[in-house]
Design a protein around this ligand. Structure first.
Ligand SMILES: C[S@@+](CC[C@H](N)C(=O)[O-])C[C@H]1O[C@@H](n2cnc3c(N)ncnc32)[C@H](O)[C@@H]1O
Length: 179
């Protein structure tokens, strides 16, 4: 596993979380990441798989990022993403809303083996993401997401517990995953 570069990219994922992404990505042929920000998790996935990674983000930030992005020029966040994760030739990025890309992939019958959700963290958005993306998973694939971290981000816990009651949380991380 090589997360050296990922660790240099700004973001919130811990070393243990990056390592889990890297290890889990290794033998997957198609991975989708929803919510890429500056490319920290994208880098951990892309550097450690022989497969392809699709990174999806609006690069507009979520509501909790409004203060961080207020003074930044238009396009700044996407430029940051490209500066960090643009080096990975096995990564394709889509500036798209999560649900729009899920609909396009469903139409094309593109079936990822791993889908990592880390976009908007409110209950309604997480629920909508799970409902849109879960049916696209290849049989035996993994649906997972970040910030299952009560009492923080209670909307994530609520949506995941409701829709995926047998989910597990990866020990030492805030990553939830299907079994
Ligand atoms: C918490 S950040 C992702 C962090 C990233 N995984 C990392 O490792 O640093 C959430 C990202 O989701 C994006 N986002 C929020 N809602 C979205 C939506 N509906 N569709 C696509 N991207 C979205 C935001 O623009 C933001 O960049």
């Amino acid at each position: 596993m090589n997360i050296e570069h990922a660790l240099t990219v700004p973001g919130w994922m811990t070393e243990a979380e990056l390592l889990w992404l890297a290890t889990t990505a290794e033998h997957k042929s198609l991975i989708v990441e929803v919510g890429s920000w500056m490319g920290r998790s994208t880098s951990a996935l892309s550097a450690n798989t022989l497969g392809k990674v699709i990174a999806c983000d609006t690069w507009e930030g979520s509501e909790e990022h409004a203060d961080m992005l207020r003074d930044k020029p238009k396009g700044w966040l996407k430029e940051q993403f490209l500066a960090h994760a643009g080096r990975y030739e096995n990564m394709a990025f889509f500036q798209s809303r999560s649900l729009d890309l899920a609909a396009s992939m469903a139409m094309l019958d593109l079936r990822p083996e791993m889908i990592f959700l880390d976009a908007s963290h409110d209950y309604e958005s997480v629920k909508a993401d799970i409902i849109a993306w879960r049916p696209l998973l290849r049989p035996g694939g993994i649906l997972c997401g970040h910030d299952f971290d009560p009492p923080n981000w209670m909307g994530i816990k609520q949506a995941v517990d409701e829709l995926i009651p047998d989910r597990v949380v990866v020990p030492g991380t805030t990553i939830w995953r299907t079994v």
